[in-house]
Design a protein around this ligand. Structure first.
Ligand SMILES: O=C(O)CCC(=O)C(=O)O
Length: 294
């Protein structure tokens, strides 16, 4: 049984984003949402800063990557086969792998997410990449809904935007390839999932509400995709994985998530490097390496 109608697939191909309704039932949202909440709280338990005290980038969201690794309760969402199948159908891929998952919790008063494309941050050669963006309570303009530039994934644009600095980044919407383009805000009801292509230009509104905007995402790529550049990325550069430029990206850290039996065992990937030792602000953003036995 297919997860996505032919009409939605056509719209995704035309616009570079689409909302697929009813992929999660209310009880799944409650169960999986509680797991992501607990994982984010545990990863960030050291962080007592207010939004105002955080860096410009961190004011857009609390970001926790690859929660499935160190918080097994999150796996039922990250490895949800209905969502992965929908991603595969939208990409017209026979199999998709997980690039990584991430929680993006935009706190009350959190600022907008700067306009960007995702693909330039990843050393992936082919552009058959897609993100499933899951607002666990739904999303509205007031809480930090996403906005997408329709058709921008077909504009021939692949522009890195430095959104991590202290200054406002250049506005991608000013790029000549996007002349006159206007982002379209998309509100999502809980249970539906918004998908966007890796090249789609997008942003998210600030959170003007009193509650955290709880979002979990999964990024997928078509199986057979290769590494396109030496840009460092944990998903290909972790010790024990070491995928070189030009090689097919395939490891236990980027497992096939569709097709896959819901109960299929998950092979544990090699442990991560201690990134927080190099970049203290990364603490909690990535899985922690195992603590050395004394
Ligand atoms: O949730 C957000 O604020 C931004 C999400 C985003 O940029 C993404 O998932 O690619």
């Amino acid at each position: 049984m297919s997860m996505v109608s032919a009409d939605l697939i056509e719209r995704f191909q035309r616009d570079g984003f689409v909302v697929v309704p009813d992929l999660l039932a209310p009880d799944e949202l409650e169960r999986d949402g509680a797991e992501v909440d607990a994982a984010v709280a545990e990863r960030k338990s050291h962080d007592t800063r207010s939004v105002a005290e955080k860096s410009r980038y961190e004011q857009s969201f609390i970001q926790c990557i690859n929660l499935w690794e160190d918080h097994p309760g999150v796996r039922q969402l990250t490895f949800n086969t209905r969502i992965a199948q929908a991603a595969a159908e939208l990409l017209d891929a026979t199999a998709v792998r997980l690039w990584h998952d991430q929680a993006l919790y935009k706190e009350a008063g959190g600022r907008a997410t700067d306009c960007h494309q995702d693909q330039p941050y990843w050393p992936i050669a082919e552009t058959n990449t897609i993100t499933a963006w899951i607002p666990l309570d739904g999303s509205t303009v007031n809480t930090g809904a996403m906005a997408y530039v329709p058709g921008s994934h077909r504009a021939g644009l692949q522009q890195y935007v430095h959104i991590f600095g202290h200054e406002d980044p250049s506005n991608l919407l000013d790029h000549p390839a996007l002349a006159g383009a206007e982002p379209v805000t998309v509100e999502v009801v809980a249970g539906s999932v918004a998908f966007h292509h890796g090249l789609t230009v997008h942003l998210a509104h600030g959170n003007a509400s009193q509650r955290t905007r709880r979002v979990h995402t999964m990024i997928y790529f078509a199986d057979g995709t290769t590494r396109g550049s030496a840009r460092w990325h944990d998903s290909v550069d972790r010790a024990g994985i070491g995928i070189g430029v030009g090689q097919v990206i395939a490891s236990d850290l980027t497992p096939i998530v569709w097709p896959r039996e819901p109960e299929a065992p998950i092979v544990e990937p090699p442990p991560p490097a201690d990134l927080a030792a190099i970049f203290p602000e990364m603490r909690g953003a990535m899985p922690s390496p195992p603590v050395a036995e004394i």
